[in-house]
Write a protein that binds this ligand. Structure first.
Ligand code: NA7
Length: 499
């Protein structure tokens, strides 16, 4: 750490060059800070680099899923395609000149806090060890594919792969394609493939509620107007109705007997009742849990897709995979050329498998043995100068994770301020503050719609919803001003007792 102009210049290690890592890099660059972004892959973009399946669409309106400081006139439609989003991040990183700060093909294998020097020692996949005063963990949430444990998977004669590992050479056009899983991914793939495959089978272990949403394309005239006047984009991003919807949505999640969730349930039910003609198919598609318990699926065309003559919804359980297709529990075989596993992700990983050791060698794996947790989703006691963007217990739902990461960055900056001013060496929350936060959070989380009786990646290993359980306004308020009394600032490098 060096002191220049009465201001300490810290060395920052940003882990991950996805949406949140690029955000951190831009902010650090603008502040004239010394930082390196470590990215294990050869390209930036995180989830938007890894996921390339046909139909990939962000279900947050495009102009809201955009950095607030970098409005984008080029979105083609109300909901952006994955490829456009990837391009947006690449253009934005280049424009703000952060791409040269990214070390591609360089995975952070370990982060070990050095008590004496008050620095983080990072072990890299290149074999190097580098020091950093501050670690920004921007490693994403859903990035480790969850492969299903289905007998015979390895023996399938056709192409089989996880949705986040799309194989361009796989047989799709004119082929018999099966998709296992009907989260947002499986649903989007079905809507994109029904007019390409000869036969398409959607294997559903549990049906999903489908929220009908508007979809429209922006015309070239509209995009030209956005280019001329970014205020028009702001009008969409800060549209009162959009934010009223966010408010209503969080009210719905957090008040399971309230009018807002009743409206969502009715919209989903009406969608099913009015869109699906065949009574047998309608019953197959009817969930037996409450809408929004699993992450709500937004789609304007899924029910159309599954009613095409070449599409089959298969609710019968999968007995095993055989070389020629999927054998169902009732003995039938669905013959397939290609099998896509849209079976989700290990949602409890966060920065792991990177080994993170805090004060006195305390391991993050041990701290997270019950469930991943962080004080207000950003910091962890005994892990000084370690900040997470989109970390555990933050809002996950049908929200813009960009907006969430920007608010979290504003929070982090306030915690960094005393370090940057040279008034402190380290900052971390007290154990008492974190324990109190987590106790309140778990109690509230149990009462949310996510805990109303369904399986989903929102639940931790103990069955408790893992996300922010209060309103979005409460999250925005919390991020606007850290409770500094809940933090310990140390001027010395000695380990501190955190009460
Ligand atoms: P999700 O939402 O976790 O969905 C995974 C789907 O895969 C879900 O329908 C699961 O059924 C199904 N699944 C998982 N394992 C199996 C096995 N073994 N057999 C059959 N079916 C299985 O993942 P997505 O990729 O769709 O979406 C992840 C997030 O990405 C999404 O929420 C957005 O934030 C973007 P289940 O419901 O558990 O019965």
């Amino acid at each position: 750490m060096s002191i220049q102009n009465d201001r300490r210049h810290l060395r920052y290690a940003v882990v991950g060059a996805g949406m949140a890592g690029i955000l951190a890099a831009i902010k650090l660059k603008q502040d004239g800070e010394n930082f390196i972004v470590y990215e294990k892959a050869e390209r930036l973009g995180g989830t938007w680099r890894d996921n390339r399946y046909p139909g990939l669409t962000c279900d947050v309106p495009a102009h809201a899923y955009t950095y607030s400081f970098e409005p984008y006139a080029e979105w083609q439609a109300y909901y952006a395609k994955g490829e456009e989003i990837r391009t947006y991040f690449e253009l934005t990183a280049a424009k703000y000149e952060v791409t040269p700060h990214i070390r591609f093909g360089c995975e952070v294998m370990s982060c070990v806090w050095q008590d004496e020097e008050a620095v983080w020692l990072l072990g890299l996949s290149t074999g190097e060890s580098v020091e950093a005063d501050v670690v920004i963990a921007a490693s994403g949430v859903l990035h480790h594919p969850r492969m299903p444990d289905i007998e015979g998977l390895d023996g399938f004669a056709g192409d089989v792969f996880h949705s986040a590992r799309w194989q361009d050479e796989a047989r799709i056009d004119g082929a018999r394609v099966g998709v296992v899983g009907n989260g947002s991914t499986g649903v989007q793939i079905i809507t994109a493939l029904h007019d390409r495959a000869e036969a398409l089978v959607h294997f559903q272990r549990s049906p999903q509620w489908i929220m009908p949403v508007p979809y429209f394309r922006y015309s070239e005239e509209e995009r030209a107007a956005f280019r001329r006047d970014p205020g028009l984009i702001d009008a969409i991003r800060y549209d009162k109705e959009y934010w009223a919807n966010i408010h209503r949505f969080t009210q719905a999640i957090t008040h399971v007997d309230g009018p807002e969730i009743a409206i969502i349930e009715q919209l989903c039910l009406d969608n099913l009742e009015n869109s699906v003609r065949d009574p047998e198919l309608k019953e197959k598609l009817r969930p037996n849990y409450r809408a929004a318990c699993k992450r709500l699926i937004y789609s304007w065309c899924y029910y159309d897709a599954v009613q095409q003559p070449n599409v089959t919804v298969e609710r019968e359980g999968i007995a095993r995979i055989e070389p020629e297709g999927v054998r169902l529990k009732d003995g039938r075989l669905q013959p397939l050329d290609t099998l896509v596993l849209a079976t989700g992700f290990q949602a409890d990983r966060f920065i792991r498998p990177t080994q993170v050791l805090g004060r006195n060698g305390l391991s993050l794996d041990d701290v997270w043995s019950t469930r991943p947790t962080a004080y207000y989703a950003v910091t962890i006691p005994n892990f000084p100068n370690f900040f997470m963007l989109n970390g555990p217990t933050g809002p996950v739902g049908n929200f813009s994770l960009i907006d969430i990461a920007e608010r979290q960055w504003a929070y982090v900056e306030q915690l960094l301020a005393p370090l940057r001013r040279g008034e402190a060496l380290t900052v971390e929350p007290t154990m008492r503050a974190h324990a109190g936060y987590e106790e309140r959070r778990v109690a509230a989380a149990r009462t949310t719609i996510f805990g109303s009786g369904c399986s989903s990646w929102y639940l931790d290993a103990t069955g408790v919803p893992s996300s922010w359980p209060w309103s979005y306004e409460a999250f925005a308020e919390a991020m606007a001003a850290p409770i500094m009394a809940d933090y310990v600032l140390t001027a010395a490098s000695e380990p501190v007792a955190l009460s």
